[in-house]
Design a protein around this ligand. Sequence first.
Ligand SMILES: C[S@@+](CC[C@H](N)C(=O)[O-])C[C@H]1O[C@@H](n2cnc3c(N)ncnc32)[C@H](O)[C@@H]1O
Length: 280
Amino acid sequence: MQSMLCSRNVGGTPLSARNYRAPIICYTQRRQAVQQPYLARKMIQSYPLLAHTSSTRLCSYSAEKEAIFRGFYCNTETAVVSELAQSEGQRLGIQNDDWFYGEFSFEAITSLLQTINPKEGEVFLDLGSGMGKAVLAAALTQPFSECRGVEFLPAVHAYAEKAAEMYDASSKAAQGTLESSSGGESVWPRHCPQVKLEVGDFRAVDMTTADVIYCFATCFSRDVVDYLDMSFTVLKPGTRVLMASKALTCPDLRPWDPPVVQVEMSHTGGTLPVFVYERI
Ligand SMILES: C[S@@+](CC[C@H](N)C(=O)[O-])C[C@H]1O[C@@H](n2cnc3c(N)ncnc32)[C@H](O)[C@@H]1O
């Protein structure tokens, strides 16, 4: 049983990094509340919290979609990929925390994306896409036209490529079935988002075509976060930015409502704050 606890900005107070009294969405599972009280409480205490309210399960999540998603990663242990990321960093002589591997659960990422109202035809971009889990979760659950990801470590990206191949094959098969049927119930939409995953440094990526940028920045160095903060000035107006663990100061970004969301991690069961912004 999942709970989505949220509070809204009361009275239309303008939101800014300084004055916001964060209407935080706290995304948590009951079992996690039992198993992870310390981490969850610590995270929540780190940010102002007005109140928790209603409990909802968001519509774009479905157990069937999650089963398809799990099928893309059935032989992939997150812990193994975490270790692989560390050894790849060593092999490439670039040992630092930037290569730390972490991810949110499928349901958590789905709910997180719902908070920024994805619209039909928009482009999703994951900076540091790892195994491509956020990209494929976005493709399976949201009305994007394209879901992109860029990952620096080739060995980690190899898992993303395999998963993307499975996504392509399954979505094509589903399209074929949908076109030859009279359009009954299907978990697949009529037009599946295109998935594009590449190896590279996200600092060389054109971000101006993205409508939603997602970045699991927990272990990114200050330099990398400063770089992103600076480069987000080029985003087109209306682009939403989701930054796990790291708040930004870019003057061209305004905090979303809610400006901070607590999100569950799939491999530890703990939660992390995600800072949400919109390009002005
Ligand atoms: C915490 S993982 C997140 C994985 C993925 N975004 C998800 O949520 O499922 C962060 C990833 O960013 C990658 N990374 C770090 N710096 C990068 C850079 N400059 N360019 C591309 N990828 C980078 C790391 O190798 C790591 O796989």
